[in-house]
Write a protein that binds this ligand. Structure first.
Ligand SMILES: *Cc1c(COP(=O)(O)O)cnc(C)c1O
Length: 245
C-alpha cells in the first residue's frame, strides 16, 4: 500500500471515531435537555460529566474537540496519566472512584472535584494534601442509597454528620451528594432511588448545609436522575461506547 493510501485509511478511521464521539455527545445533551424540559427544569441546570475510565487519552481529546470540558476518572494512576497527557487542553478533572487512603495525594494535587468521599479520614487527607496554591477541592459525599453491602458510600443516616465535618475542612468545598444506585431497568425503581438521595439533599439544605450539587444518573438512567433533580450526570458508555474492562 502506498503511504498515501495508508494515510487515507487512517484518516477515515480517525474521522469515524471523531464523529461517533461528537454524535454520541450530542445525543446525550439532547437526552438531558428533553428529560429536564419534561419536568419543567432548565436544561442548563444539568452538567454532563464525561466518564472516561478505560479509554485512551486520544478518545478524551476527541470529546474535548466536540466541546466537552469535564471528565471523570475512577482509578488514580490512570487519571494521573491522562491528566498529564492532556494538560494542554485545560480540562476539569473529577475523581469518581473508590478512594483508598494511600491514594489520596494524586487526587488532591491534580483533580478539581472528588465525588466519592465516604468517610472522614479520606476527607481529612484530601484537605491536608490539597496544595495551598490551588482553589479548594470541590467535594461530594457519596451515599449508599440502595443499601447493597458491596457498594461504597456512607449510609443515609451518617450523611449529615459526615457532611458537617467535611464542610469544616479548610481545603475542601463541600458541594453536595453523589450516589450510584443499584442498576435496574425498572424506571419506577430508578426514580425511587434517586428520590431518596434528593430528599436527603433537601433535608441537609434545610438544616443549613449549603449544598448545590446532586451527582446522580449514568448512561442507563439519566432521565430518571434528571427528573429527580440531578444537577450533574456521569455518562460513560453513551459517550465513548461499551467498555472492555
Ligand atoms: C463508570 C461510572 C459511571 C458511568 O457509567 P456508564 O453506565 O458507562 O454511563 C458513572 N459513575 C461512576 C461512579 C462510574 O464508576
Amino acid at each position: 500500500m502506498s503511504s498515501g493510501r495508508v494515510y487515507t485509511a487512517l484518516g477515515a478511521e480517525f474521522q469515524r471515531i471523531m464523529s461517533d464521539i461528537a454524535t454520541n455527545l450530542q445525543v446525550v445533551r439532547e437526552r438531558v435537555a428533553a428529560a429536564a424540559r419534561a419536568v419543567g427544569r432548565d436544561p442548563a441546570e444539568v452538567e454532563i460529566l464525561a466518564v472516561s475510565k478505560t479509554w485512551p487519552a486520544s478518545r478524551l481529546r476527541e470529546a474535548a474537540a466536540a466541546g466537552q470540558r469535564a471528565f471523570g476518572e475512577n482509578y488514580v494512576q490512570e487519571a494521573e496519566e491522562k491528566i498529564a497527557a492532556l494538560a494542554d487542553l485545560g480540562l476539569e478533572w473529577h475523581f469518581i472512584g473508590p478512594l483508598q487512603a494511600n491514594k489520596t495525594r494524586g487526587v488532591a494535587e491534580r483533580c478539581a472535584w472528588v465525588h466519592s468521599v465516604d468517610r472522614l479520614r479520606i476527607a481529612q487527607r484530601l484537605s491536608a494534601q490539597r496544595p495551598p496554591t490551588l482553589p479548594p477541592l470541590q467535594v461530594c459525599v457519596q451515599v449508599n442509597v440502595s443499601g447493597e453491602a458491596s457498594k461504597s458510600g456512607c449510609s443515609p443516616a451518617e450523611a449529615e454528620r459526615l457532611c458537617t465535618l467535611v464542610a469544616a475542612l479548610p481545603a475542601l468545598h463541600l458541594r453536595g451528594l453523589m450516589a450510584i444506585p443499584e442498576p435496574t431497568d425498572n424506571a419506577v425503581r430508578q426514580r425511587e432511588q434517586f428520590a431518596e438521595l434528593r430528599r436527603l439533599f433537601t433535608a441537609l439544605r434545610a438544616g443549613g448545609l449549603p449544598l448545590d450539587t446532586l451527582s446522580m444518573g449514568m448512561s442507563q438512567d439519566l432521565e430518571a436522575a434528571v427528573a429527580e433533580g440531578a444537577t450533574l450526570v456521569r455518562i460513560g458508555t453513551a459517550i465513548f461506547g461499551e467498555r472492555n474492562r
